[in-house]
Design a protein around this ligand. Structure first.
Ligand SMILES: Cc1cc2nc3c(=O)[nH]c(=O)nc-3n(C[C@H](O)[C@H](O)[C@H](O)COP(=O)(O)O)c2cc1C
Length: 383
């Protein structure tokens, strides 16, 4: 097969969603690929970057043809690879989005060729494009390194959709697995959460599982019993109100402080997610998992507009959607999960109408609380 051949769809054997999940297990560093065309600066976050050859010194970077940085690199014939340091996750998020002036407020130093290099990057390499084979949706830019320098520090790591230090990323993966375990009620209410069993089942380090249970205790999702054992905390009306209010406060804050930052791409993506949510509701009973996942994506995308990894992280930690998986039976969910306020919120964002967006978000929160409250009531006051 020559390098420009695209694999026909009929030969694709792995489901794209499953493939994305599996590939996410490959831990990588994070870079920002930068370039300049006629004085205009371009940059995109990229993890599909690798060293290629030592003699001559070559690197490769894979960029989606839909990326504007892709076209700019092709035109400029030169690009910078900025390997991000562990404290630069906000830059990774900023350059991982489309539109806006990504370089606004970002300190750069220009290379001899005029390529902007991010100050504070762990290492930077400037490359001249040598070859551009393609694969699937991407162009592989093979570049000859013309400048390279490295500083001191630790790299930003990327693993299963999360940024962090490598050790921190493992801790976080364990935390997410334990949280999911607790909220899916894999250990029923009033039964002891056994760290050894959870560690074995989730293939996590037992110490990380213990730490996750302690953290979940602080977050009111786990309770310590008389003998210090860990027990799942029942979700009650009070707990629901506090997490829904916490999430609403973050989202309202994003609308209030960053309303002007919603790009056309953000709104188009929120529109696409809204449409998919609608379709899933119509499709009925088997779609709850998918509905909840899309719902998470929708709210994440909204909060991401603030460009703060910490805020997104705090927001995610207030999500308890998985508890509904076992509480809502059969096709009941499709009747219950009204998403009309989300549709209204998306429409208000599209019309750039902040007051309407705030109102829709308020109604959405009230609806979520009411639905949750009804489910809890039907389960005798706790889930
Ligand atoms: C952690 C992370 C890694 C990414 N890796 C790549 C990559 O290797 N190649 C790519 O084309 N896009 C990658 N992206 C997506 C682009 O950054 C994103 O599509 C961006 O909006 C493109 O911006 P542009 O159109 O202004 O160039 C990545 C995003 C993130 C957050």
């Amino acid at each position: 097969m020559n390098s420009n051949q695209v694999i026909p769809a009929a030969e694709v054997t792995v489901d794209p969603a499953a493939f994305r999940h599996v590939v996410g297990h490959f831990a990588s560093g994070v870079t920002v690929i930068t370039t300049v065309v006629d004085g205009e600066l371009f940059g995109t976050t990229a993890s599909a970057v690798s060293s290629l050859s030592m003699e001559p010194p070559m690197m490769l970077a894979c960029l989606n043809r839909s990326s504007s940085t892709h076209d700019a690199v092709q035109q400029a014939g030169v690009f910078g690879i900025n390997i991000l340091a562990e404290e630069q996750s906000e830059l990774a998020m900023k350059f991982g989005r489309k539109g806006g002036d990504k370089f606004d407020g970002v300190a750069v130093t220009f290379s001899k060729e005029g390529v902007p290099l991010l100050d504070g990057a762990l290492a930077t390499i400037v490359c001249r494009v040598e070859e551009t084979p393609t694969g699937g949706t991407h162009t592989v830019f093979l570049g000859l390194a013309t400048e390279a320098s490295a500083g001191n520090g630790e790299p930003l790591a990327y693993f299963r959709g999360t940024f962090g230090r490598l050790e921190r990323v493992r801790e976080l993966a364990a935390y997410n697995a334990v949280r999911d375990w607790v909220l899916r009620r894999r250990t029923p209410l009033r039964h002891e959460l056994d760290p050894a069993v959870i560690a074995a089942e989730t293939k996590s380090d037992p110490q990380n599982v213990h730490n996750a249970l302690v953290k979940l205790t602080a977050e009111s999702l786990v309770t310590r019993g008389d003998k210090g054992e860990f027990l799942p905390t029942p979700i009650t009306h009070e707990l629901i109100d506090s997490v829904y209010d916490g999430r609403a406060t973050i989202e309202l804050g994003v609308l209030a402080s960053h309303f002007g930052k919603f790009t056309d791409e953000d709104i188009a993506e929120l529109g696409r997610l809204t449409e998919e949510l609608g379709k899933l509701r119509e499709s009925g009973k088997d779609g709850l998992d998918e509905f909840l996942k899309l719902n998470v994506k929708y709210h994440d995308r909204l909060v991401n507009v603030a460009g703060s990894a910490q805020l997104t992280d705090a927001f995610r930690r207030l999500g308890i959607g998985t508890v509904w998986r076992q509480a809502l039976g059969g096709d009941e969910w499709a009747r219950q999960m009204d998403h009309s306020h989300i549709a209204e919120l998306t429409a208000a964002l599209r019309d750039r109408d902040e007051a309407r967006a705030v109102k829709a978000l308020g109604l959405h929160t009230a609806f979520g609380k009411k639905l949750a409250s009804d489910v809890i009531e039907r389960h005798g006051g706790e889930v």
